[in-house]
Design a protein around this ligand. Structure first.
Ligand code: KIV
Length: 276
């Protein structure tokens, strides 16, 4: 759907109301079939800018564009009937000023049918978050290891250890006070994630954070073992689909070379009933 046929049952208010309640379940999705598989299970589905690395082979999320997010957002929307869809704002689409952020967020929502956008940053993005929320755009914040700042961090390192914990706590308060309806906490110490979760009144969504967060999100290809080149410590593999896919491709190759595929059951008879 663009902003058309189906209305997801879950809203940002439903997610917001889960603060301190049953854990909020989320995964990323980038395609219609994957969205369909998770719609009954996830409370919100994130069209993450991780799509750049996972599906497009980019070295980081920095090369992801608005057009890519819109294309994948539309595809995911076609697969959802129940879960809330949140779409990532790509690098460069919201940092310059609140007005630019509004124009791009409005485009993402109008063209994909998303119920909310997500953007990275804490204190420095609070004015932008407030600007968007006051103008009708629900915002999920993302603090801690914010992958779009990988070049500033010097790698995908744990954030918030030692004194840096105070700055992250300030980020959490700033995005909550600015009106974000939830905040992703990525790759921070578990004890800090627990303190932030206790200190702010919006749900925290952990990824490499703590089981004590109000919810969890993972990149679906990571947890399915499909994006096998890369396995961060915080990912639990629930399947090994890359291995299964490789074995299936090898079996197919063997069959084709042996002329044992296609077999009789895969081909069509002519008008005499013969397949040969
Ligand atoms: O882009 C992404 O996949 C994310 C994570 C929080 C999963 O932002």
């Amino acid at each position: 759907m663009s902003a058309t046929s189906k209305t997801p049952t879950l809203t940002v208010q439903d997610i917001r109301a889960r603060k301190g309640g049953d854990p909020i379940v989320s995964l990323t999705a980038y395609t219609t079939p994957m969205a369909q598989l998770m719609d009954d299970h996830c409370d919100f589905v994130l069209v993450g800018d991780s799509v750049g690395m996972v599906l497009h082979g980019l070295p980081s999320t920095l090369g992801v564009t608005m057009d890519m997010m819109i294309l994948h957002g539309k595809a995911v929307a076609r697969g959802l009937e129940r879960a809330l869809m949140v779409v990532d704002m790509p690098f460069g689409s919201y940092e310059t000023c609140p007005a630019d952020a509004f124009a791009n967020a409005a485009r993402l929502m109008a063209e994909t049918g998303a119920g909310a956008v997500k953007l990275e940053g804490g204190v420095e993005m609070a004015d932008t978050i407030a600007f968007l929320v006051k103008r009708g755009i629900p915002v999920m914040a993302h603090i801690g290891l914010t992958p779009q700042s990988v070049n500033v961090f010097g790698g995908y390192k744990v954030q918030g250890r030692g004194n840096a914990g105070d700055a992250l706590m300030a980020d959490a308060h700033a995005v909550a006070e600015a009106g974000a309806f939830a905040v992703v906490l990525e790759k921070i110490p578990a004890s800090l994630a627990d303190k932030i979760t206790a200190a702010i009144d919006i749900p925290t969504i952990g990824i490499g954070a703590s089981a004590g967060c109000d919810g969890q999100v993972l990149v679906v290809d990571d947890m399915l073992g499909l994006f096998a080149a890369f396995k961060p410590k915080f990912v639990k593999r629930y399947a090994n689909l890359a291995e299964q896919a490789q074995a299936a491709i090898a079996d197919y190759t063997t069959d084709v070379r042996a002329r044992s595929f296609p077999a009789d059951e895969h081909v069509f008879a002519d008008d005499t009933g013969d397949t040969k």
